[in-house]
Structures are given as structure tokens and as C-alpha cells.
Design a protein around this ligand. Structure first.
Ligand code: 13P
Length: 321
């Protein structure tokens, strides 16, 4: 059986002291790229998607197809995860569709106002109750990760996670995993210079890990924003401003401090977009999405396979057999 829960994937990662990449996908071909990368590197993997943020018109159609796709890779231990579930109802939909893990993002009341701690606890606890009854894992969020997770225009203020609150939050909700805001943000604009310890608060990871040793920690906004990909995108019509993400070395280091799930979407999307832009530029009359879409898929597979080596999950599938 290819599908496993997030708790099982991260428990094995703790035993082996490595991180598991959670790669955002917005269509079926991107999910294929991630699963092919996992098969190629013999990695357990987390395939994640956000409700309403795919190229498909209906979530349920896409989600059903994801469950079918994962079944085609019986050798790959795969977590199918809802990223940034915005409501109890979205999490229930994903669980009913066959996802083995959901994130309830109770950190915001709406796009601009942070929720209170009590509001976050209340919605998270409700999701945990339903999910655990169905054998599904839950990730909660504490503090606020900046940027916009679905690539939209809205942008959130960063509010760092508080170790005291983390302890209370876990005790009161029973989440399996916790996203901790340590200064990262989602999307293609992160740091204005290479991040040092004052903006990327790696010290918070160890502090929180010591307080909640049984809960798996998650780092969001982990893309590195590779300069060569930005330059390639811009060489073919893009206008991405200079920006720095989380260096690969820091992602590897985070797994030694206690991070077990590493969320990464934008790096794959940049790899995909760079190839598509280059292809369309070279072939001025090319209009067939099958041609440029498959270039994007292959570039994304390569990027994800490389990151699986960095995170340490490559070669770890055997732990689930
Ligand atoms: P990036 O935007 O840095 O790829 O992060 C993705 C993420 O954290 C999704 O939840």
C-alpha cells in the first residue's frame, strides 16, 4: 500500500534523523514529477496541495485523480496531504477524498487578521477529532508564516512562534505535527539579502523541539529561490525581483535541529516555469501544452530529486516495508 500517514512518515524520519520534503503540486503532471523523483531516489514523500489552488476546476476531481495516481506507485511510501486547510469543512472534504493527512491553518481569522490562540485551538481540536477518527494525521500552525501560500497577491505579517504557546497548543489540540513560524515566508519574495540568524530564527526550532519532543515540527516557506532559475525565467520574459530564500545548507541543518517536514513549492514551480518559458521562447509557434508541459514536468522531477538528497529522505523507503 503506497499511502501512509504523516505521523508514520515523520516517526520514521525521527528514527533515521532526516527530513521529508512536502512538495506542493498544482496539477496531476506535477504530482507525477514528485512521485517519479521519489521512485528514482527510493524516498518516502509528502505530496501536498491547497484547496482551490490547482489548475483543475474542481478540487474533488483533482483529489480523486491524486489518490489513483499514488496507487500507481506501490513502492513509494506516500503521504497525501492537504496544505493550509482554511476551514474545518475543507479538511473534512480532503479526508473524505482519501487524504492521509491535513493541515488546519487556524492561525488567521481571515486573510489579514491573525486568529486568537483560543480560536486557533478550537478549530484545530475539531479537525483533530474528525481526522483521528478516520486514521488521518493533522498538522497545525502556530505563529504566522509570511507571504501568500497559494501564490496570490495577499501578504501576511510574520509572527514568530512562541515556545510556551507551542507547548500549550499541542497539549490542547493533540496535533501530530506543528508548523512553526521562524521567519520564513511563502512565495517568490522572501529575504532582501542572504538570511542570517536574526531573520531566519533557527534557534527557535531547537527551543520548541525540546518543549514538545513528541510532536513533529514543520518548516514552511522553505524554497531557496535559486538565482540561476530566476535568471533563466527573467531571460525569457519574466520579471522576478532579486530575493533570497532558505539556503539548502540551512534546510539540511534544520533536520538536525528537529524539523521533520520541509514544505517546498516555489522552487519546483520556478524549475517548471523556467523550462516552459525557455521552450515557448525557442518555439514561437508552439501552442501544444503537451510539449511545454512535459518539459516543465521533467525539470520539476530533477529539482525534487535533488532536494530529496539534501533533506536526507533519499534511500529511506525501506523503513516503511
Ligand atoms: P515556498 O513558497 O517557500 O515554496 O513554501 C511552500 C509552503 O510552505 C507551502 O505550505
Amino acid at each position: 500500500m503506497a499511502l501512509i500517514t504523516l505521523a508514520a512518515a515523520l516517526e520514521a524520519a525521527r528514527e533515521g534523523n532526516y527530513g521529508v520534503g512536502a512538495f506542493n503540486v498544482t496539477d496531476l503532471a506535477q504530482a507525477e514529477a514528485v512521485l517519479d523523483a521519489a521512485a528514482e531516489t527510493d524516498s518516502p514523500v509528502i505530496v501536498q496541495t491547497i484547496a482551490g489552488a490547482s489548475v483543475h476546476g474542481r478540487d474533488e476531481l483533482f483529489w480523486e485523480a491524486l489518490v489513483t495516481l499514488v496507487a500507481r506507485y506501490p513502492e513509494v511510501p506516500t503521504v497525501l496531504h492537504l496544505d493550509h486547510g482554511a476551514s474545518y469543512e475543507d479538511c473534512v472534504r480532503a479526508i473524505d477524498a482519501g487524504f492521509t493527512s491535513v493541515m488546519i491553518d487556524g492561525s488567521m481569522r481571515d486573510h489579514t487578521t491573525p486568529a486568537t490562540f483560543e480560536e486557533n485551538v478550537a478549530v484545530t481540536r475539531r479537525v483533530v477529532e474528525y481526522a483521528h477518527q478516520h486514521g488521518v494525521s493533522v498538522e497545525g500552525e502556530l505563529g504566522t508564516i509570511g507571504g501568500s501560500e497559494d501564490g496570490g497577491a495577499s501578504s501576511k505579517e510574520i509572527v514568530l512562534a512562541d515556545p510556551d504557546e507551542a507547548e500549550r497548543f499541542v497539549a490542547e489540540t493533540g496535533v501530530d505535527a506543528l508548523a512553526v513560524a521562524i521567519g520564513t515566508s511563502h512565495g517568490a519574495y522572501k529575504f532582501t539579502s542572504p538570511p542570517d540568524g536574526t531573520v531566519l530564527r533557527m534557534d527557535l526550532i531547537s527551543e520548541i523541539a525540546q518543549r514538545i519532543p513528541k510532536t513533529h515540527l514543520v518548516m514552511h516557506g522553505s524554497s531557496s529561490l535559486p538565482a540561476d532559475l530566476r535568471e533563466r525565467i527573467n531571460a525569457f520574459g519574466g520579471k522576478l525581483p532579486e530575493s533570497w530564500g532558505v539556503p539548502e545548507s540551512e534546510k539540511a541543518r534544520s533536520t538536525q535541529l528537529g524539523i521533520r517536514k520541509i514544505n517546498q513549492g516555489m522552487d519546483s514551480h520556478m524549475a517548471w516555469t523556467a523550462e516552459v518559458r525557455a521552450y515557448l521562447d525557442a518555439d514561437g509557434i508552439g501552442c501544444d501544452p503537451a510539449l511545454y508541459g512535459s518539459k516543465g514536468r521533467v525539470a520539476m522531477q530533477q529539482m525534487v530529486a535533488d532536494r530529496m538528497q539534501v533533506f536526507g529522505q533519499a534511500g529511506q523507503s525501506y523503513r516503511h516495508r
